[in-house]
Design a protein around this ligand. Structure first.
Ligand code: PHE
Ligand code: ZN
Ligand code: ZN
Ligand code: ZN
Length: 296
C-alpha cells in the first residue's frame, strides 16, 4: 500500500522513514525475506513518496567461516571448494544451503585428511552469505596477494538439490548469455569439467548459469581466481524445454520454497542432490590430482 510500506530492515533505528523507494533502499537494506511478489509490489511504488515502518531492529552477531584443508598436497596450488552454511532467516534453509554444505562435508570426509594428492584441497563452509556474501568476501580480502595466488581455483555449491531441479553449471566462458561476462581465465575449463562429468558419466543434460554475483564465488572472481560450480535453481521458473530435458514442472519455480519456512527436509530432490554430489566429488578429486587444464 503506497504511503505505508512495512519491511524487515537491518538498521538499528525505530520509527518511520520517509522518502521515495529508491532513497529508502539506498539507506536501508531489506532482509532476505522478500518474496518475488513483494518485489513486484515494491517496484510498483518506485519513485513515489512512501513511509517505511521499521519493524525489525538490527541484531548484531559474530558469525564464522569453517575452513578445513588436507595435510597433503601443494600449498601453493590449492583447490578450494565452498558452500554457505547459513540460511535465510525465514526458514531452515535445507535446499539453500544444506544441500551444498552436506555434499561438501561428505566429499571432505571421503577424501580424508591425508589423501595422496598433488594439490592441497581446502574446504570452506561460509558464514553470512545471505547477508551479502559476508564470510566469503571477508575471507578473500583477509588473504595477502601471495595467498590469493596460491589458490588455483574456487568451486561453489549453493543450492544443488532444488525440488524442481535444473542442472546448471556456472558459465565460465559466457558463450550463450549477455550481461555477466566470463569468469577469470581458466573458468571455461572448470565449466567443461562439470559438463563432461554430468553429461557423459551421469547422463544428464546441463544448462549454463551466469556469474550474476549472487553467491560466494563473487569475491573470488573479483580478484581473478578461476571459478565454477553447480546450481539447481532458486526462484526462477522452469521452461517447457527444461522440463523436457530434466523432468519436473514447467511454469513453476525450481525451488518454490526459496527463502521460505517450507525450505525444510521435504524440499530436496534427492536424485539431483546425489548427481551433483557425485559431480562435486569427481571434479574436486580431478583437480586435486592436477589443475593443468585450468592454469597450465
Ligand atoms: N545465493 C543465493 C541465495 O543463497 C542463491 C543463488 C545461488 C542465486 C546461485 C543465484 C546463483 O539465496
Ligand atoms: Zn539464499
Ligand atoms: Zn544460497
Ligand atoms: Zn559456457
Amino acid at each position: 500500500e503506497a504511503g505505508a510500506v512495512a519491511l524487515l530492515v537491518y538498521n538499528n533505528e525505530e520509527g518511520p522513514v520517509n522518502g521515495t523507494l529508491g532513497e529508502v533502499n539506498d539507506n536501508y537494506v531489506p532482509s532476505g525475506g522478500i518474496t518475488q511478489a513483494d518485489g513486484e509490489a515494491l517496484a510498483a511504488l518506485d519513485g513515489q513518496e512512501i513511509t517505511l515502518e521499521l519493524r525489525a531492529l538490527m541484531e548484531e552477531r559474530t558469525t564464522y567461516n569453517v575452513i578445513a584443508e588436507t595435510k597433503t598436497g601443494r600449498k601453493d596450488n590449492v583447490v578450494m571448494a565452498g558452500a554457505h552454511l547459513d540460511s535465510d532467516p525465514a526458514g531452515p534453509g535445507i535446499n539453500d544451503n544444506g544441500t551444498g554444505s552436506v555434499a561438501l562435508l561428505e566429499t571432505a570426509l571421503s577424501l580424508g585428511s591425508k589423501p595422496k594428492v598433488n594439490n592441497a584441497v581446502r574446504f570452506a563452509w561460509w558464514g553470512a552469505e545471505e547477508f551479502g556474501l559476508v564470510g566469503s568476501t571477508y575471507y578473500v580480502n583477509s588473504l595477502s596477494f601471495e595467498e590469493q595466488l596460491d589458490i588455483a581455483l574456487y568451486l561453489n555449491f549453493d543450492m544443488i538439490g532444488s525440488p524442481n531441479a535444473g542442472y546448471f553449471v556456472y558459465d565460465g566462458d559466457d558463450s550463450a548469455q549477455e550481461g555477466s561476462g566470463p569468469g577469470p581465465y581458466g573458468s571455461a575449463q572448470i565449466e567443461q569439467a562439470f559438463v563432461d562429468y554430468l553429461e557423459n558419466e551421469v547422463g544428464v543434460a546441463t544448462g549454463e548459469k551466469d556469474f550474476d554475483g549472487r553467491s560466494d564465488y563473487g569475491e573470488f572472481i573479483a580478484v581473478g581466481i578461476p571459478s565454477g560450480g553447480l546450481f539447481t535453481g532458486a526462484e526462477g521458473i522452469k521452461t517447457e524445454e527444461e522440463a523436457e530435458l530434466w523432468g519436473g514442472t514447467a511454469g513453476e519455480a525450481y525451488d518454490s520454497c526459496y527463502h521460505q519456512a517450507c525450505d525444510d527436509l521435504g524440499n530436496v530432490d534427492r536424485v539431483a542432490l546425489a548427481r551433483n554430489a557425485d559431480a562435486m566429488a569427481y571434479v574436486i578429486g580431478t583437480y586435486a590430482l592436477s589443475t593443468e587444464d585450468v592454469n597450465g
